[in-house]
Design a protein around this ligand. Structure first.
Ligand SMILES: *[C@@H]1O[C@H](CO)[C@@H](O)[C@H](O)[C@H]1NC(C)=O
Ligand SMILES: *[C@@H]1O[C@H](CO)[C@@H](O)[C@H](O)[C@H]1NC(C)=O
Ligand SMILES: *[C@@H]1O[C@H](CO)[C@@H](O)[C@H](O)[C@H]1NC(C)=O
Ligand SMILES: *[C@@H]1O[C@H](CO)[C@@H](O)[C@H](O)[C@H]1NC(C)=O
Ligand SMILES: *[C@@H]1O[C@H](CO)[C@@H](O)[C@H](O)[C@H]1NC(C)=O
Length: 509
């Protein structure tokens, strides 16, 4: 999501100084492990009304002035026009993989039916560039980017009617791109996405109800819609996986997974109630998506706390959803401390269903009474997430699909980001050495983008973009040069200052 910043909603973090393995090189990871970076369609492409693209619910949301900085993705990083030089830059940087998403409303402007030839050509061009440069391609089908026309017609992810349309859209992608694309993710972050879209109202379609909204919403029901949206998403995901396995897998030999937002939850104290709260936090965060995928049903604690507001699976659905994934993608940015809180005190996290507080430290006030100003890091938290997935869900193949750090700072000398990325890569290596089946690591983001909760107020890019310049020039930050040296020259994660390769292409003209 680059829901970088979902934590602004409710979270505080705790800084651990325990660094992971340091001083590693590319060779410490298996050769077929991939290092990459990512973007997503609305955050990158711009050209929102060009060549037949119809609006997605992002356009509606941003044009209603819903972003804190009133920004839109109308131009964003101008990737629709600059993709070719960007794919070159990806290659020049030495990235082994690239993760991006397809804009459904660019490919199929009516949501179903006719394919837009110019949209098709655009994605074929990108894919062909990546193939030419030998970059492993990871495509997300839905990165919070629904055609507005389907939102208008039946309420998008709140309606089971989306299952058929999403499956048909996915089928077009498999048919058209699947000869070259082997790594498909159905949906990005449905867990946190549903909370932000239908609980707090901070992401499109911006629905919520009192007292749970953080923005003002004109419609919604925060108590029930997040659960409905995730339920529909899981069924749609399952339907897409079924289609791939029945019709495409034998020939195309690819894999299909789903992506979840993840933070690590430490108990605030070792009291029984806090230990239970931290487990509950994991069940609501990971278990909401993974328990159905692994065992066919929601976690018991969710069924108990959410009651009849949590939809249930029929026997047939349960059988279909079980094992309907080939890998799990995780987006990971930070850790939290949680403690128990009685439900009747009300809260914004899952409408109190989860019933936990989040804290940045043992002395800070609970969330809601102040906002963090920066993002301290906890590399160990990523290792703990990865090990938890192994222990709890049968050690599935995992991709760290997003990891990175945002800053309002435009500086090219982003030493903090280098330290952040290298320490999280180190904790990934720790997890691998402890037997976790991690297959790749993607920094968020390849370049500065329109960020989902922050617009242009927070920068995550390895490459800097000047958003005041219509030409959107790209400039390598230190982090891009460091990552490049690590990948291309088998550089040590420590040798930050020795990898100053000049990666800045002249992209201005
Ligand atoms: C939301 O839905 C629940 C369950 O149907 C209902 O009890 C509640 O009154 C609704 N809330 C609002 C604000 O409509
Ligand atoms: C809880 O117990 C663990 C294991 O004994 C310990 O490492 C940790 O520091 C304790 N946490 C707190 C908050 O006391
Ligand atoms: C931005 O980063 C540079 C280099 O690290 C530092 O000198 C400067 O103080 C930072 N500015 C802000 C606003 O954080
Ligand atoms: C970059 O920042 C680091 C620490 O923030 C500082 O030591 C170094 O001198 C800076 N380099 C440049 C070229 O400004
Ligand atoms: C990479 O560097 C490490 C540490 O110097 C070394 O052990 C390894 O053999 C190198 N690998 C390659 C492919 O050069």
């Amino acid at each position: 999501m680059g829901v970088t910043a979902f934590f602004y909603i409710l979270l505080f973090l705790w800084v651990h100084d325990a660094a992971a393995i340091i001083g590693f090189t590319r060779s410490d990871f298996a050769q077929d492990f991939v290092f990459g970076a990512g973007t997503s369609a609305y955050q990158y492409e711009g050209a929102v009304a060009e060549d037949g693209r119809s609006p997605s619910f992002w356009d509606t949301f941003t044009h209603a002035g819903k972003m804190p900085d009133k920004s839109t993705g109308d131009i964003a990083a101008d990737g629709y026009h600059k993709y070719k030089e960007d794919m070159k830059l990806i290659s020049k940087t030495g990235l082994e993989a690239y993760r991006f998403s397809i804009s459904w409303s660019r490919l199929i402007p009516n949501g179903r039916g006719a394919v837009n030839p110019k949209g098709l050509k655009y994605y074929n061009n990108i894919i062909n560039e990546l193939v030419k440069h030998g970059i492993q391609i990871h495509i997300t089908l839905h990165h919070i980017d629904l055609p507005q026309i389907l939102e208008d017609e039946y309420g998008g992810w709140l309606s089971p009617r989306i299952i058929e349309d999403f499956t048909a859209y996915a089928g077009v992608c498999f048919r058209e791109f699947g000869d070259r694309v082997k790594y498909w993710t159905t949906v990005n972050e449905p867990n946190i996405g549903a909370i932000a879209a239908y609980g707090s109202g901070q992401l499109p379609p911006g629905r919520c109800s009192d007292p749970f909204g953080i923005t003002k919403c004109t419609a919604g029901n925060s108590s029930i819609e997040p659960y409905i949206a995730v339920h529909t998403t899981l069924l749609a995901h399952t339907s897409v996986v079924k289609l791939y396995r029945e019709k495409y897998k034998a020939e195309q030999k690819g894999v299909v997974g789903i992506n979840i937002y993840s933070y690590w939850s430490y108990p605030f104290t070792n009291s029984t109630v806090d230990l239970e709260a931290s487990q509950r936090s994991k069940d609501f965060m990971f278990g909401w998506i993974l328990e159905p995928l692994v065992s066919g049903d929601y976690p018991e604690v969710m069924k108990k706390n959410v009651g009849s507001r949590l939809p249930s699976f029929t026997k047939i659905q349960s059988g279909l959803i079980k094992n309907s994934f080939d890998f799990i993608g995780i987006n990971h940015y930070f850790s939290v401390y949680v403690n128990d809180r009685p439900i009747e005190r009300g809260a914004r996290d899952f409408n109190g269903d989860m019933s936990v507080y989040y804290r940045v430290s043992r002395t800070d006030p609970p969330a809601g009474q102040g906002a963090p100003t920066n993002v301290p890091s906890d590399p160990k938290g990523l290792q703990l997430v990865l090990e938890y997935l192994k222990e709890t869900y049968g050690n599935p193949p995992v991709y760290v699909h997003e990891n990175g750090v945002g800053s309002p700072n435009d500086s090219l000398n982003d030493t903090d980001r280098v330290v952040y990325l290298s320490s999280y890569m180190g904790s990934t290596l720790d997890a691998i050495r402890n037997g976790v089946n991690v297959r790749g690591y993607f920094a968020w983001a390849f370049m500065d983008l329109f960020e989902l909760l922050a617009g242009y107020q927070s920068k995550y890019g390895l490459y800097h973009i000047d958003f005041d310049d219509m030409r959107r020039p790209r400039q390598a930050r230190l982090s891009a040069r460091w990552y490049s040296g690590f990948l291309k020259k088998n550089g040590s994660s420590l040798l930050v200052s020795r990898t100053h390769e000049d990666l800045t292409l002249n992209t201005v003209s």
